[in-house]
Design a protein around this ligand. Structure first.
Ligand code: C2E
Ligand code: MG
Ligand code: MG
Ligand code: MG
Length: 285
């Protein structure tokens, strides 16, 4: 009797697994098609200087709105592309689009682009990034690449080589989601980063939780000593912005300053929020 029930359970589980696998395969197929047909878009979120609220750059964020599947989060399709081995094609298309869009921004503004951890295991990444910039005509000094600690640790030698080559060409490197994951302060001793992005998990609790405030203070002190720039991620209201500025945090990003928006809306945002006499021409162009 129990045997039969056991077998029944196995049937149920395997059907669930089969459905899950089918869904994953459909998603993978849709993603492949989206990459081939160039249907994955890139949006931009402003990063501002907290001392004067001026925009200093934008982070590129991948967006996929599939006609059948609807909006699929990059938190889902980026890992899938990594797993199935086509993150290179996706990332190259995204970087090209992002850099092309950024050509229309004022020259002082930087473009921040997320590099996936799989790309830091591939020795071809630095030349691929630099050749895309070359083809688009985007100055490497205006590019920042966001990477996570896990990515650097997973393939340390290759990752260090890639980072060194990119930095030699003028690209800056920022450490994304700092404070989460397998944080190791030892990584900061390698001096491979130019900037730290404090994870939203601390920022969102800065005014309600003393511990988060102390942690942010400690990060800011440490970064000052190590001469690292700092961005606070996920600032959602005025009080958080004020608090972070008071603590001496240089830059901020979050819904309070602007949500990710497409290329056209980003130009409009700049027109309204950034003083540059040539901006009007750019927008109407
Ligand atoms: P991330 O690099 O840490 O990006 C920040 C995420 O926080 C973005 O989510 C952004 O939309 C969201 N965010 C920004 N401000 C706020 C805020 O005030 N409140 C809240 N609640 N959220 C805020 P998104 O766009 O869904 O991206 C999720 C993750 O997917 C990114 O985290 C990044 O790891 C990855 N990703 C996105 N685009 C790309 C890409 O082009 N390439 C790669 N490799 N990864 C990407
Ligand atoms: Mg990021
Ligand atoms: Mg982040
Ligand atoms: Mg993240």
């Amino acid at each position: 009797r129990s045997k039969r029930r056991g077998r029944g359970q196995i049937t149920v589980y395997s059907r669930e697994i089969a459905q899950e696998m089918k869904r994953a395969t459909q998603l993978e197929q849709a993603l492949r098609n989206a990459i081939i047909s160039d249907a994955i878009d890139v949006h931009f979120q402003p990063i501002v200087s907290l001392s004067n609220n001026q925009v200093v750059g934008f982070e590129a964020l991948a967006r996929w709105n599939d006609p059948d599947l609807g909006f699929v989060s990059p938190g889902v399709f980026v890992p899938l592309a990594e797993e199935r081995g086509f993150i290179d094609a996706l990332s190259e298309a995204l970087l090209r689009k992002a850099a092309e869009a950024a050509l229309s921004w004022p020259r002082e503004l930087f473009l921040s682009f997320n590099l996936s951890s799989a790309q830091l295991m591939d020795p071809g990444t630095s030349s691929s990034v630099l050749s895309i910039l070359g083809r688009v005509g985007f100055d490497p000094h205006r590019l920042e690449l966001e990477i996570t600690e896990t990515a650097v640790m997973s393939s340390a030698d290759t990752a260090h080589r890639i980072i060194a080559d990119l930095r030699a060409a003028g690209v800056r490197i920022s450490l994304d989601d700092f404070g989460t994951g397998q944080s190791s302060l030892g990584r900061l001793r390698d001096f491979i980063f130019d900037k730290i992005k404090i994870d939203r998990a601390f920022v969102s609790r800065i005014n309600s939780d003393r511990a988060s405030e102390h942690i942010i203070k400690a990060i800011l002190t440490m970064c000052e000593g190590l001469e690292l720039e700092v961005v606070a991620e996920g600032i959602e209201d005025y009080a958080e912005a004020v608090k972070l500025r008071t603590l001496g945090c240089g830059m901020g990003q979050g819904y309070h300053f602007g949500r990710p928006a497409d290329g056209i809306a980003t130009l409009r945002f700049l027109h309204e929020n950034y003083y540059d006499p040539t901006m009007a021409e750019r927008v109407s162009a």
